[in-house]
Unconditional design. Structure first.
Length: 232
């Protein structure tokens, strides 16, 4: 994490000298087996993490069993931003930015469901579950020359899955998922390969707020039961 945040291409001029020195000193701290407490509660470090980690790394967003049929979707967050993980009518899984291209209004009003389209509650712009823009009220008078093919919902540039786990990455230049997981796949194989037919999510996520940062909170802020499918 520290090395990622020290990368100037990620942090840029937003990194203050105080934080720069802190991260540089962390290399020596880690060799001694200690970590400064401030990395868990410093707002400036969190802002850098949103840009250097959440915006560039592969993030787990859903399980394939949560969206088995065309039109099934769940709403998830990457950092502070809402995204729709949806299986389109064409069967492809996409991760769509939950923000209307007109005025930025959030489209989804439910954590999960099935929809052939998403309509903005503000001005009624309508999108297919593939992200394509299909409806613009008063288009002929208010939006002459609008090319609908250029105004679909923004999509995460990389979406992939491993053993039913759906991951997405907002950086098109980040290495492929399998390379990113590396040897850690061995642990996923142990836990998720118990049954030849795979695993499935049971019930809906249980969510509660924790007075902690993302490095300690996610383990308790959203719990989902994943169990083997019926094996024969």
């Amino acid at each position: 994490m520290a090395l990622a945040l020290q990368d100037q291409s990620q942090a840029g001029s937003d990194m203050t000298e105080r934080v720069r020195l802190l991260l540089q000193g962390m290399e020596d701290d880690l060799e001694r087996g200690v970590l400064p407490l401030t990395i868990y509660n410093n707002p400036e470090i969190h802002r850098l993490e949103l840009r250097g980690i959440f915006a560039r790394s592969w993030i787990f967003v859903a399980h394939e069993s949560e969206i088995p049929s065309p039109g099934d979707y769940v709403q998830r967050y990457i950092g502070h931003d809402p995204w729709i993980v949806v299986r389109g009518d064409d069967g492809q899984v996409r991760v769509l930015f939950d923000s209307c291209r007109h005025r930025g209004t959030q489209l989804c009003r439910a954590d999960r469901g099935n929809a052939s389209q998403f309509m903005c509650p503000y001005h009624g712009w309508t999108y297919k579950n593939t992200g394509a823009l299909t409806g613009v009220p008063n288009r002929a008078h208010a939006y002459q020359g609008l090319d609908e093919t250029e105004w679909g919902l923004l999509q995460a540039p990389q979406v992939d899955s491993y053993r039913g786990l759906i991951f997405t990455c907002l950086d098109p230049l980040t290495q492929p998922l399998l390379d990113h997981l590396g040897d850690f796949r061995w642990y996923l194989d142990i836990h998720l390969g118990l049954c030849p037919s795979g695993m499935e999510v049971v019930g809906v996520p249980h969510r509660w707020k924790v007075d902690a940062d993302w490095k300690s909170g996610p383990r308790t802020s959203r719990a989902t039961a994943i169990t083997p499918r019926l094996c024969t």
